[in-house]
Write a protein that binds this ligand. Structure first.
Ligand SMILES: N[C@@H](CCC(=O)N[C@@H](CS)C(=O)NCC(=O)O)C(=O)O
Length: 116
């Protein structure tokens, strides 16, 4: 799958968290909102709404956009949460941390972008 997004986009972040929790991987393509790239013809061909995120599926079909619709797709396509069959406190080693570990990434990217 290919995820179009941007480091400071909260809607993209929401999808990234869902991917991390489900143990899924997507190739990420950055659409630089600071340079107005979301309104370029190339990206409008992917998402005519001109916002991120957008998700290209591995299977045939149009791109998905709207972060909550993407989360719904992940649920409906049968991809289960890693700990769905376990109670809190019975997670396998690393499962709980899997979701939490994504938090520092946008901050690190923001600091990189600012040359900090
Ligand atoms: N309801 C949409 C919101 C999408 C959205 O507004 N994305 C922002 C970034 S978080 C964006 O692309 N803004 C660029 C613009 O409005 O030109 C979703 O959940 O996907």
């Amino acid at each position: 799958m290919k995820l179009y997004g941007f480091w400071r986009s909260l809607a993209t972040y929401r999808v990234r968290v869902a991917f991390a929790l489900k143990g899924l991987k997507a190739e990420e393509v950055s659409i630089d909102l600071l340079k107005d790239k979301q309104h370029g013809d190339d990206y409008l061909a992917v998402n005519p709404q001109g916002v991120v995120p957008a998700l290209i599926l591995d299977e045939p079909g149009p791109p998905l956009f709207q972060s909550l619709a993407i989360l719904e797709y992940l649920e409906e396509s049968g991809r289960r949460w890693p700990s769905a069959d376990r109670s809190p406190g019975q997670e396998l080693p690393g499962e709980g941390a899997q979701g939490r570990r994504v938090a520092p990434q946008p901050l690190a990217r923001a600091l990189d972008a600012q040359g900090a």
